[in-house]
Design a protein around this ligand. Structure first.
Ligand SMILES: [Zn+2]
Length: 223
């Protein structure tokens, strides 16, 4: 049962999303029935240089971070959601959204600057509401996939457990380890705060009904 997804996003929190053309497209559909998965990368370079690479190949759906030419943090969409991004070597069809964040991977625990955190959390919050990608990372902070083969790649989680992955968590033949030792919980917690109260995210589905019932139940008990 493949339902249509919204192909282009216009806004994530306070950040307007620019649509950038001239990107090579594969026009191959992602697996819409796969567990909803996002993959986060770091560009390992600046905005302009990264964009010129993506205009030739390896384009993700979204690129975000500090754009030195514009003197601010921005979000851009390069590839329509529903078709594959190309930032992975393989298994691109199992990630409904791929994001390239301007930044550099580190082996020590790290976070981007505050405004980039805000942009990333905002985009992840929209992707949770719009595409159902849970605001979860399947490993604790500090347990990250390293270069080459590593236990994260062979864990079998990617493609089976919904959530947000780093490139270093994605299966062979991918070998890149970005974004490294990112403090995922900080970003995901921020994104979760942004989705609370958003129409549609809390007010529909069996979980919401269960929550409503337990809330009603606890009120009765207090009386
Ligand atoms: Zn990558």
């Amino acid at each position: 049962m493949a339902t249509a997804v919204k192909p282009w996003l216009d806004q994530a929190g306070q950040f307007p999303i620019a649509h950038i053309g001239g990107i090579p497209h594969f026009n191959q559909s992602v697996l819409l029935d796969a567990p909803r998965t996002g993959v986060l990368h770091t560009t390992e370079g600046g905005w302009a240089g990264s964009l010129s690479v993506f205009k030739q190949h390896f384009a993700p759906h979204f690129m975000l971070g500090f754009n030195a030419d514009a003197h601010k943090v921005q979000i851009a969409q390069l590839v329509q959601v529903g078709t594959i991004g190309a930032a992975l070597k393989a298994h691109n069809n199992q990630a409904i959204v791929q994001i390239e964040m301007i930044g550099f991977s580190k082996e020590t625990p790290w976070l981007p600057d505050d405004e980039t955190i805000d942009a990333l959390a905002s985009l992840m919050a929209v992707c949770a509401d719009e595409y159902g990608i849970p605001l979860e990372h399947p490993w604790p902070d500090g347990d990250f996939g390293k270069a080459g083969n590593n236990p994260h790649r062979s864990s079998g989680k990617y493609g089976n457990i919904a959530g947000w992955y780093g490139h270093g968590d994605c299966p062979n033949p991918d070998t890149h380890w970005d974004p490294g030792n990112l403090k995922w919980s900080v970003i995901l917690d921020k994104a979760k705060q942004m989705t609370v109260g958003t129409p549609g995210s809390q007010s529909a589905g069996p979980v919401a009904m269960a929550l409503e019932q337990s809330a009603a139940g606890s009120k009765k008990k207090k009386k």
